[in-house]
Design a protein around this ligand. Structure first.
Ligand SMILES: Nc1ncnc2c1ncn2[C@@H]1O[C@H](COP(=O)(O)OP(=O)(O)O)[C@@H](O)[C@H]1O
Ligand SMILES: [Mg+2]
Length: 263
């Protein structure tokens, strides 16, 4: 059966996805800060402009200007996209009074603004990025799942294929960020490790409904002028993610010490 798929804008990632993300899906893009979530979203929107999709980018952590500048570094001309009415960036950070700004991180306000933007751009296949969606329930993590479901339901009628980023941090409560992953049709997870003193980034497709997708972790690099690039598949060995041996030994010794100190 033929399934219409939208290119992510990263050819090697499309190949890992049997061609791309099935039309109409809501995909959770998740991972620690600085791993490449926003950059993948920029590719997805830039590809949408090329394919003449209606494109909407909601930004909560960076201003509209910062998104435009970052996109330009990879050769994506978002300024022209906006002036040619092919895309709209909804700014949820600066709280300005212009037409495409949000006054607060309120899910209902967000839905209204997205629908208004879609009506402005017109009928037809559309791409939506919400970067990040988890920001809308920062102060009420217990609502994550309910809000995620609400967003998916409201937007279902509007011909969107969606990338919604979700931040998770080891230090925050478990509820944080999880809502999106539970209701998403797909999950793309970014990881990072420091190996031999260098930051390395990885991507893993954890879920994509209706898709015989790659199950392998792939290393990525972010290149000026090009953006997110897949280096190739990796096999994670225990040594890659474990702490260095001398540190493990130190931890072991201190644990033994603690035991002997117990009266
Ligand atoms: N022009 C550039 N050239 C090379 N690397 C870049 C460039 N711009 C950003 N990066 C890299 O991308 C990282 C930010 O990735 P980003 O997608 O914003 O992370 P997040 O997962 O937090 O959204 C930066 O920390 C930097 O390492
Ligand atoms: Mg980001």
């Amino acid at each position: 059966m033929y399934i219409e798929r939208l290119s992510t804008g990263v050819p090697e990632l499309d190949a890992m996805l049997e061609g791309g993300i099935p039309k109409g899906f809501m995909v959770a893009v998740t991972g620690e800060p600085g791993t490449g979530k926003t950059i993948l979203c920029l590719h997805f929107i830039a590809q949408g402009v090329i394919e003449r999709d209606k494109c909407i980018y909601v930004t909560t952590e960076e201003s509209r200007e910062s998104i435009i500048t970052q996109a330009a570094q990879f050769g994506f001309d978002f300024s022209s996209g906006i002036s040619e009415k092919k895309m709209i960036i909804i700014d949820a950070l600066m709280g300005r009074q212009d037409e495409w700004s949000l006054q607060s991180l309120d899910v209902e306000e967000l839905m209204n603004k997205i629908i208004e933007a879609k009506k402005t751009l017109g009928h037809g296949r559309a791409r939506l990025v919400i970067d990040s969606l988890s920001a809308f329930w920062l102060d009420k993590p217990a609502m994550a799942r309910r809000y995620s479901y609400f967003v998916k339901k409201v937007l279902a009628k509007w011909d969107f294929t969606i990338m919604a980023t979700s931040q998770y941090a080891i230090t925050t409560s478990e509820a944080f960020g999880w809502g999106i992953e539970h209701i998403a049709d797909g999950i793309i997870r970014f990881r990072r490790f420091v190996r031999n003193g260098f930051l390395r980034r990885y991507i893993l497709i954890e879920k994509m409904r209706q898709t015989n997708h790659s199950l392998q972790l792939h290393e990525i690099i972010i290149l000026p002028g090009k953006g997110l690039t897949i280096v190739g598949p990796v096999e994670m060995r225990k040594e890659d993610i474990a702490l260095p041996k001398h540190i493990m030994e130190r931890i072991q010794r201190s644990m033994e010490r603690k035991e002997t100190e117990i009266p």
